[in-house]
Design a protein around this ligand. Sequence first.
Ligand code: GAF
Length: 401
Amino acid sequence: MDRTPSRVSGGAPPGEFAPSAAAVKEGFRRTFGGKPVVFRAPGRVNLIGEHTDYNEGFVMPVALPLATWAAIGLRPDPKVHVYSENFGEGREFSLTGIEAQPTGHWSDYVRGVAAVLQREGHALHGANLYVAGDVPLAAGLSSSASLEVACAFGFLSLAGAELDRRKIAKACQMAEHEYVGTQCGIMDQAVACFGREGHALLLDCRSVQHELLPLPPDVKLVICNSQVRRELASGEYNQRRAQCEAGVLSLRAHLPGISALRDVPLEELERHRSALTEVVYRRCRHVCSENQRVRDAARCLQSGDLSGFGRLMGESHRSLRDDYEVSCRELDLLVEIARGTDGVSGARMTGGGFGGCTVNLVRASAVPGFEQTMRREYERATGRIVDIYVCSAAEGAGPAE
Ligand code: GAF
């Protein structure tokens, strides 16, 4: 999905498709005819708590104004015809007997969501579906979850089904496991469902319960896209998850009560370090320390301690770089440049890693200077152009008019 990234604060350049409820309605009318209903689901940026979700730990994501819109209308047969504005192509599949076989095509997300919802007992109707979004692809901002959740809302509304957001998030996560092949955690789908304007979510990924934390209104979330594309399904992500699970297995011989790294305080990990290989120990150290950082960061936000929050973001980045080994030269560089720039209280890589984006907390009045510095210094060092999205926390998924 080669989605043209747009500047959130500036909108799409003249002449380019700018996704919105009105634009996808019009796209639907052109492609299929008739009047659809429209749902929007946001991408996300994670402030802190990386690779902790599949260890049943804590995360602190924010829903973005970047989103996917899905326009949906009934078909008379049990088929789904889905057209993606971003890919400029459509696919069709039958709702009967959807195979759980990843094909590597973008429509796997849509097939997967339909299949899992049906398995959970929802009688889905055949549908025409027109999707479009402005979450940049493979940038670590969760374009996949936003597509899944927007489609889930669409399918369920046609079926006249009750919308339980926790169940929707879990169904979308399952769809990604089984139909795409990424063993992702619940963070992206949960924040797409539960995000709130002006707030970050403190999400407990074991219970999938969250608390809303107000963000300071004079601080912008500035996302810098390194333009190094990341592919979650490339195997590295699943390998990290397997290493964490191997750690839990070895630690369980000494700590019989644990079922996930969430249950292991850092002191216990240190005590039983010799039970682990060096690599597995470092992976576990990242997760155990990151869980603690998320809880500390929540306290910083609650007490208005932005510089404390920023310090924790810096520690998170170093831990992801050195212990979890999911950063890359370009992300490290973006963090390094940001750290020395006026008005920045925190900077770190965000999302799965291996490329993608950094997230920066920047005083609103310092944003223009920050943007200038990032563009200049990043190009000078890498020859690449950084793409910058200046955001505030947006609302989670719902109907769009
Ligand atoms: C990706 C996954 F989809 C999430 O579940 C999460 O693990 C994240 O990487 C890393 O924190 O976005």
